[in-house]
Design a protein around this ligand. Structure first.
Ligand code: ATP
Length: 354
């Protein structure tokens, strides 16, 4: 498949894309009214009609209350859903809108509402129409930020949220094929001008893609890189699981997960590969901390300090006196007498209060 494969998706190809969803009782289709998700709705409806028994399809449009056209677009999706014999619901984001980080807050609200409908209607999955082009853009965005292997794995085909699976069946489908599918079905779609607005990072990166493709870095190659990194990431995660069990075995006579904290024997920890040490530290901090996920760069810096302190304590010239105590993301990490401890940090007090 080249980047601009302009062939519509056949019924047989769609059947393969949706194959593992066939046995689900019901599916929520997240449809914004943009071309990708309209194609999702149309292809899913055709697939469903071809089955004697199959999942109930529930189309959901989220109106974030941010653009004046949103309500009209939701009504248009409803009309098209009706013409395809599908149930449609519009969900409104009524919560307070933050001044900063609006896109992230809108996305979070959107997934919360989609999952809410899924749970209420017995749907096991929420389907979004992310394409291979979206995957390539996500990879590029994270590459430029210097993300680690987890971030560079980009989007997974399936993730879980509050007991509902978020599925992305088109993650390896070029957007051009979805557009071609709509053209063949004679379905018009709204052009969202924010997709080209250079005020946003994604459209600016999107504009770079043709130049990268001219050098061989096409969407297909970028998406393939993300898939390869996801494979490597899954392997490292299994190694980290094994290392966690190994450390727990070394400690079987003590309580290594005590009072809401974790602790490791420093010398065994030090023998693990750096990437595994990093993940164990990150997991422990995220598990006991109370300030949200820790930033990778900060965990890396803390690991460097910890490694040096462990080497000092356990090395041949070890003084046995160097120990550390540092907080990160609501977790207190310390080293003393050959043990690394990660416990919840004491609540911060406001100085000068009465
Ligand atoms: N308003 C909406 N209502 C319902 N579904 C939506 C809405 N907006 C987006 N979606 C779903 O999410 C998919 C991705 O949309 P888009 O690329 O605009 O999301 P995003 O803001 O980049 O966030 P993310 O990629 O993390 O979902 C769409 O194909 C569609 O399935």
């Amino acid at each position: 498949m080249s980047d601009d494969d302009n062939s519509p998706i056949s019924a047989a190809a769609a059947k393969a894309l949706f194959a593992e969803l066939r046995g689900a009782p019901a599916l929520v289709l997240a449809v914004s009214g943009g071309p990708d998700s309209l194609a999702l709705m149309w292809l899913a409806a055709r697939w469903r009609r071809s089955l004697a028994r199959g999942p109930k399809l529930i189309v959901v449009t989220v109106d974030h209350g941010l653009r004046k056209d949103a309500a009209r677009e939701a009504r248009e999706v409803k009309q098209l859903a009706r013409s395809l014999d599908l149930t449609h619901r519009t969900m409104r984001w009524t919560g307070a809108k933050p001044k900063t980080g609006l896109p992230a807050a809108a996305r979070d609200a959107r997934y919360r509402l989609l999952v809410k409908v899924a749970r209420a209607s017995g749907a096991t999955h929420v389907l979004t129409a992310h394409t291979r082009d979206d995957q390539a853009e996500t990879l590029l965005m994270r590459l430029l930020r210097g993300s680690g292997i987890v971030g560079l794995s980009a989007m997974a085909r399936i993730t879980q949220r509050d007991g509902v699976a978020l599925a992305r069946p088109f993650l390896d489908v070029p957007k051009s094929q979805l557009i071609a599918t709509l053209a063949r079905a004679k379905i018009g779609f709204a052009d969202d001008p924010t997709n080209r607005d250079p005020a946003f990072t994604r459209p600016r990166l999107r504009a770079l893609l043709p130049a990268l493709a001219a050098e061989g870095g096409n969407v297909r190659n970028l998406a393939r890189l993300a898939a390869r990194l996801a494979r490597a990431n899954a392997a490292v995660d299994v190694l980290a699981d094994g290392a966690e069990r190994f450390l727990a075995l070394r400690d079987r006579d003590r309580l290594s997960h005590h009072a809401g904290g974790r602790s490791f024997e420093a010398s065994s920890f030090a023998a693990l590969p750096e990437e595994v040490r990093l993940r164990l530290l990150l997991r422990a901090i995220d598990a006991v901390g109370h300030e949200g996920p820790a930033e990778l760069g900060k965990v890396e810096a803390l690991l460097a300090v910890l490694d040096r302190a462990v080497a000092d304590e356990t090395g041949p010239r070890g003084t046995g006196h160097i120990s550390i105590k540092q907080t990160l993301a609501g977790a207190l990490v310390s080293l003393s007498r050959g043990r690394i401890q990660i416990v919840p940090a004491p609540a911060r007090r406001v100085r000068g209060g009465s």
